[in-house]
Design a protein around this ligand. Structure first.
Ligand code: GLP
Length: 240
């Protein structure tokens, strides 16, 4: 695991973009695993700049989401499908049919979760997976207590997560109570993980993830089971 201390999220965005472009550029059919939240936004902005400069070709790029809220509907602006379309796919000129998101708007959620796993497998898996980290140590929406070998499934969201995520809502009045998320086992199958963490609200989670026991009390600790991990964090998140 390589841990990079950066001054701020903009420097982290440039570094993460280097890692992503370096890993994906040689691939004929690259798959980038994308996350929502504030931490990855500067990464997407930097990828768009590199695309404009010709450093990144997005012809064959596919995007795969980590998770999606249950109950908002497929095209709700606060849903992760719409968010990732707006923040990543459209600016990178990736057609929306190349953005894979768990179909948490369907009536049979277990079927939707299994369908996502199958679709991911059909793509050949994720080459580089971007991850944020929740203040409680979650990755994707794998809350504390999630099995480290879990697959994509329906989960309930912790109150803390629902409070933290309320700031990202633009239209919905209430953060949904459940979601479909890639499982930790699914996430660990990506070729490379890039975890981003900024600010004091993440210090305890980052400490547990990097130095605590590897167990489901801190889902992000599972990244240490992966052979190719890049952590990009500021001093506040690294507790210095
Ligand atoms: C949500 C997402 C996570 C993300 C987290 C942190 O809960 N489901 O994938 O890591 O937010 O977001 P932020 O980067 O805004 O702190």
């Amino acid at each position: 695991m390589r841990v990079h201390r950066v001054a701020d999220a903009d420097e982290g965005g440039r570094l993460a973009a280097d890692v992503i472009v370096g890993a994906l550029a040689p691939l004929a059919h690259p798959v980038l695993g994308v996350a929502t939240g504030a931490s990855p936004r500067p990464v997407y902005e930097e990828l768009v700049r590199r695309f404009a400069c010709g450093d990144l070709t997005t012809n064959d790029l596919r995007l795969a989401a980590l998770d999606e809220y249950v109950g908002l509907g497929r095209d709700h602006p606060d849903g992760y499908r719409s968010t990732l379309q707006r923040e990543v796919a459209v600016p990178l000129r990736v057609p929306v049919d190349r953005l894979l998101v768990p179909a948490a708007w369907e009536s049979d959620l277990d079927r939707a979760a299994a369908g996502f796993e199958n679709a991911l497998r059909a793509l050949g898996g994720v080459d580089v997976q971007l991850l944020g980290i929740g203040a409680n140590g979650h990755i994707g929406f794998n809350e504390p207590g999630s099995p480290l070998d879990g697959r994509t499934r329906v989960v309930s969201l912790d109150d803390r997560t629902r409070r933290d995520n309320a700031v990202h809502l633009t239209v919905a009045t209430e953060v949904p109570r459940s979601a479909i998320t890639q499982g930790i086992g699914t996430i660990l199958e990506a070729g490379r993980l890039v975890l981003l963490a900024y600010g004091r609200s993440k210090t305890a989670a980052v400490r547990a993830a990097l130095y605590g026991p590897i167990d489901s009390a801190c889902p992000a600790s599972a990244i240490r089971l992966h052979p190719d991990v890049v952590v990009i964090a500021d001093s506040a998140a690294l507790d210095d």
